[in-house]
Structure formats: structure tokens, C-alpha cells
Design a protein around this ligand. Sequence first.
Ligand SMILES: NC(=O)c1ccc[n+]([C@@H]2O[C@H](COP(=O)([O-])OP(=O)(O)OC[C@H]3O[C@@H](n4cnc5c(N)ncnc54)[C@H](O)[C@@H]3O)[C@@H](O)[C@H]2O)c1
Length: 392
Amino acid sequence: MSERVVKPVGRGFLFLDSHPAGCARVVRDMAAEASSRPADKRRTALVIGSSSGYGLATTIAGLARFGIDGIGVCFEKAATARRTATAGWYRTAETAALAEELGRSWTFVNADAFADTTKDEVLDLVAAKLGKLDHLIYSVAAPRRTDPRTGETYQSVLKAIGAPHSTKSLTFEDGAPVLQEAVPIEVASDDEIAQTVRVMGGEDWTRWVTALQDRDLLAPGFNTVALTYIGSELTGPLYRQGSIGAAKADLEQTALKLAADGVTAMTSVNGAAVTQSSSAIPGIGLYVSILHNVTALQTPVQQSIELWNQLTGETPLDLDTEGRIRLDRWELSDEVQTAVRANWEAATQDNLADLADAEWFLAEVRRLYGFAVPDVDYEAETEVDVEWPTGA
Ligand SMILES: NC(=O)c1ccc[n+]([C@@H]2O[C@H](COP(=O)([O-])OP(=O)(O)OC[C@H]3O[C@@H](n4cnc5c(N)ncnc54)[C@H](O)[C@@H]3O)[C@@H](O)[C@H]2O)c1
């Protein structure tokens, strides 16, 4: 047991500690947003990337609103003598407590999703706890991947393809927003693009589906989605037309290949959200701050409810011509994008406060670590040694 006062320490958008009570509160707020209702039948899901961002929202919406039983896989760090556990560790503990209160079966596995040993462990759990699976949600965002079959480690990069670019970006100095006019974006080499595809493309998703098929763990009517992003032309050079975009294109091709092999597999294009992965991308902080100034962002929970509505057949699939589920129409409408572009082009240090909600963005980043959460007493001691949930 180790109780202490936890303060936000770190640099830029990276905090070294997370606040357990704040993270727990974030989970409860998400569950309240998902608002429960009676389930019509038992459904089962495996969520890869369940502790954070869209994977967490899908997990909470699934369990709290749709009464889904499941298994979540994520990669988090326990508390040490010096540091708290990661935010995803605390959020997972609270999600498990929520599942128990709601009488649902959820087990969380803290392990590298890319490893074959993790797949073996998780598939044993699927067989033992869930029987067969109705849904697989693939929502991993990782900087590197070791292929267990070759031992090779690949690193993903955030770089442009073709010509170098620069982007406007947002940073904070002593908590005050600072507009950077031209942050350079390097050009990725062919090898860097290939490595990014090995990390964030569809190879590992396919391995999960194949492993489940090999063990005969797919229920009739099974479907699977992997999350993808398109985003604005403003972030295009770094995101969709960049190295990460090449990986997303591979993921989307993977869905088509799996579908050709008879698996109901799709990608889900979600809208921009402030997550640990997205806030690290140059330009995205400014883009999302302007987006928020222009329109209300659909939250990850709202989008996840919509995703489950479609995956459970409650509403028809809303697919584009490339077979992708579109949850980002609110972001990419002409009206919103025209207004965002106008603000983006006009933004200077002097008018930043009028055109971009930078303070909101920073508060959202803090919330990712359990800080800046209303009704949490940040002066009080809080237990940082929280056990990994054993699961029901
Ligand atoms: N954030 C956005 O704006 C946005 C928009 C659309 C789509 N997406 C997509 O959603 C997906 C998830 O992104 P996010 O922004 O929610 O990220 P995130 O950083 O909030 O969450 C990533 C999750 O992956 C898990 N993870 C990372 N490495 C792992 C590993 N080796 N093994 C097991 N789990 C691992 C983490 O524990 C965490 O649960 C990505 O495919 C991303 O491209 C994000």
C-alpha cells in the first residue's frame, strides 16, 4: 500500500505520473455518458487496446450500454517506488470494478498484443469465459512492434512521404499556449514507411482473426473492426498522406482481404479525439483546438455507441464506397472543414485565443492522466498501488 499526493509533473504533453482517483472518475463519467439499458441477449467481444482512447470508449460503451461480456487487452505499467502506474492501468482497474457492479464478465490482460504468447493466453480465456466471440475490436496505437515469428522489431514514424513539409503546431510554455508557425516534417525513407506499416498496418489484426478461426472461436454472425483515421487536408501531409497514412491504407486493404476470405471485417473511420497517441502528433493539437472552436466534437463514447449500434445490427451499417464505417462525418463535413481551414490559416500568436480552444485541449490532455477532472481532490493522498483486476 502506498498513499501519496500525486501532482502533474512532466514536459509538454507527457506527464510522468497519473492520478488514480482522477482516472477512476474519467471511467465513471464515460459510463454515465453511455447510460445503461437492458440487454436483449448475451454478446461477447474482444477489445485489443482497451485501456485508452477509442478502445476504452468501445469497452465502456459495450459493457455499460449494450451489456456485452468481454476480454480487454492492453499494455500498461504498474506503479514503481518512484512513479505511479500508467493512467490506463488505473482506468482498467475501474472498468473492471464497473463490470463487476453491472454483473458483466470482463477480464483484462496486460500484455503485448503483438506476441503469440499473448494470443494463446487470450484465446484460452475466450474459450473458458466467453465461449465464442461475436465481435473483435482492434484499437491498438503503438510506437513499435516485435514480430514474434522473426524476432524483428519495427518502429513506426510520423513523417511525410515524397516532399518535406512543415505544419503550424501548438505547444505550451509554462502552461501558456504558443503557436509554432512552421514545425518541419521530415520525409520518411522507404524502410521507415515499411516499418510503420508493419507496426500500424493490418498484419497483427489478421493474426488475431486467424488465431481465433484456427481455434473455432468465432460465433455465427461474428464481425470485426479495426480503427482508422482519415482527417482533414490540413493534417494530410503528416497524417493521411504520410507514413502513418500508409499504415492506415494497409489496414483498410486488410479489411477487404479478410472480407474476401469470408470474414465480416471492416475498418471504422473515427473522428479526431484527444488521446495519448494523437496529442503527440505535430499539428494535431492545433487542429483539434480549432475543431473544438468550430463545432462540438463527438466524444469517443458517442462514436462507440454508434459503432455498437451498427455492429450489433441495431442500425444499418453506414459504409462509404470503400466499405468503411464512417463515424467521422461530423468532422469532415464541408461546412466544418471550411471553417477550420479559415481559422487555421488566420491563426497567429495574437489571435490564437479567439480561433482555437487551446486551454480546453490542454485540460483534455491532463484528463488523459487523471488530472483536471472535476470533483477530484488533488490535495488529498491517494492509493497509487492498485492491483491489476483478476476478472470475472
Ligand atoms: N485519437 C484519434 O484522434 C483517432 C481518430 C481516429 C482513429 N483513431 C485510431 O484509434 C486507434 C486507437 O488509437 P487511440 O488514439 O485511441 O490510442 P490510445 O493511445 O489512446 O490507446 C492505445 C491503446 O493501445 C494499447 N496498446 C499499445 N501498444 C500495445 C501492445 N503492444 N499490446 C497491447 N496493447 C497495446 C494501449 O494500452 C491503449 O489501450 C488507432 O488505430 C488510431 O489510429 C484514433
